[in-house]
Design a protein around this ligand. Structure first.
Ligand code: NDP
Length: 482
């Protein structure tokens, strides 16, 4: 079986303990490669390599850093099909989705920050007739980047790119559930001539390899995307050492639909926002909240479309709905469907595991599920399920819609469907979430601030926000009075 290797000090190496564990293809439920079971020793080696690379990388001119990053982006484009296949096999997502979303976005991330750094400037604050302050933005040093399994290379590069563009050296860990694209990426970094130690990738389990990065004294900042419980643990570990933290965590996003919306567009996009990547995107709208006059019409049209969604082999070009990421995650989703029934929810469609036939019967598939009849107090409507499961709720007034939208501990993203411009602005400003889409979903501009409020995270990624996170601001004040 193919062995995934760590990328440390510019070389691809086995874990020091020589231990590997199996990587499972969730579409078939079979092991197909081996993952290093890295621990503290590998993280120590990675941090040392990063420390050694830092003086040179941080003083490399931005134009030279940029040129290397652009070469990496070009190599992602050149190897897009192989990367998309790797992502699909590792994650269970349709190859057709990885081709248009995951891999192009990974390329964009590297190119965006690799060129943004050429336009990065710092502020000056003039004190009338007396002095001038300017802000020196310096790279932090060695930083840790930890990412989840749902959009593996997309989120991995979203962190690494601003970190290295700003002159830091990185120790990164992809999710152990989906490590293959990060491994292929390390090969591309070598081919592009990224200097040894600038990026180090350590594979392994979160509690061992991940936590070793978080707690390492040499790691000065941590950018983490993952679940809220893991984020809380990381924050507790990092706080005593005053490490800089960016936490992008879970969501339970509302999709609020007013009767005056463009119904057909809303319906198309609501299918996307509910079930893209089998509902395993932190931005998916899992609570659909509909104004009463169109509730029945929506329900009928939506359920019909959901029932027609065909689950199939992720590697088949025609497949739009693939497997969920693992057996454990499938069981978690199914347990939430059981909970929804116990809470009095009515399953309008789906609600069970799916066996697509042949060797896929050993894979982890769940029928897209729509649940009705649960209020905002139910756990089904409060806790993140992170699968192909949505609930529908009805409202009568704008005030009630807002209460329903805000009735969770999360606050990542919201979608709003209306043709009333005043209402769109009014409602958007009152929704407790870091991102609001009006009459669309997942329309992304990489320059915009990205992140959540409440239990969905701390800090913002994207554009200058990310470059600010990965630099320390130093104010230099000059007195020019005689
Ligand atoms: P987890 O929190 O389980 O894991 C995220 C990453 O952290 C993985 O690489 C994991 O490693 C690692 N990890 C786990 N425990 C520790 C630890 N103690 N110390 C350091 N690292 C650790 O999340 P999932 O991978 O299950 O991802 C799904 C979650 O991510 C959902 O809640 C989703 O909403 C959220 N998410 C948020 C996004 C956002 O932008 N806000 C975007 C995408 C997802 P390993 O898997 O190898 O154990």
């Amino acid at each position: 079986m193919k062995k995934i290797l760590n990328y440390i000090g510019g070389a691809l190496v086995e874990p020091q303990n020589g231990i590997f564990f199996e990587n499972i293809d969730p579409s078939r439920g079979i092991a197909y490669s081996l993952i290093p079971d890295s621990n503290q020793n590998d993280v120590d080696a990675a941090v040392n390599a990063a420390k050694m690379a830092f003086p040179s990388w941080s003083s490399t001119p931005a134009a030279a850093r940029s040129a290397i990053m652009v070469r990496i982006a070009d190599l992602i484009a050149k190897n897009a099909e192989a990367l998309a296949r790797a992502e699909s096999i590792d994650n269970g997502k349709p190859l057709s989705l990885a081709r248009v979303m995951d891999i192009p976005r990974a390329e964009d991330n590297i190119r965006f920050f690799g060129t943004a750094i050429l336009h990065w400037s710092s502020e000056a604050h003039i004190m009338e007739n007396s002095g001038i302050n300017y802000t020196n933005r310096k790279p932090i040093g060695v930083v840790g980047c930890i990412s989840p399994w749902n959009l593996p290379l997309y989120l991995f590069t979203w962190k690494i790119a601003p970190a290295i563009a700003a002159g830091n050296c990185v120790v990164a860990k992809p999710s152990e559930i989906t490590p293959m694209s990060a491994f292929l990426f390390s090969e591309l970094c070598i081919e592009a001539g990224l200097p040894a130690g600038v990026l180090n990738i350590v594979h392994g389990y979160g509690p061992s390899a991940g936590e070793a990065i978080i707690t390492h004294a040499g790691v000065k900042a941590i950018s983490f995307t993952g679940g809220t419980a893991t984020g809380a643990r990381i924050a507790a570990k990092a706080a005593p050492e005053f490490k800089k933290l960016s936490l992008e965590l879970g969501g339970k996003n509302p999709n609020v639909i007013f009767a005056d919306c463009d119904f057909e567009k809303m319906l198309r996009q609501t299918l996307r926002s509910s079930f893209t990547n089998q509902g395993q995107i932190c931005l998916c709208g899992s609570r659909i909240i509909i104004e009463r006059p169109i509730y029945e019409k929506f329900k009928e049209a939506f359920v019909e479309k959901v029932q027609n969604m065909k689950i199939g082999d992720p590697l088949d070009d025609e497949t739009k709905t693939g497997a969920v990421v693992s057996e454990a995650h499938m069981n978690k989703i199914l347990s939430y469907i059981e909970l929804a029934k116990q809470e009095g929810g009515k399953i309008l469609c789906g609600g069970e595991r799916c066996y697509p036939g042949g060797e896929l019967n050993n894979g982890y598939y769940i029928k897209p599920t729509v649940i009705e009849g649960l209020g905002p107090e139910c756990r089904t409507n409060r806790e993140e399920i992170f699968g192909p499961v949505v609930t529908i709720q009805v409202f009568d007034t704008e005030e009630e819609a807002l209460q329903l939208a805000n009735a969770t501990e999360y606050g990542l993203a919201a979608s709003l469907w209306t043709s009333d411009l005043n209402r769109a602005h009014r409602f958007a400003s009152k929704i407790e979430s870091g991102i609001v889409w009006v009459n669309t979903w997942l329309m992304r501009d990489l320059r915009t601030p990205f992140g959540g409020v409440k239990n969905s995270g701390v800090g913002r990624e994207g554009g200058w926000e990310a470059l600010r996170f990965f630099t320390e601001a130093q104010n230099v004040c000059i007195d020019f009075t005689p």
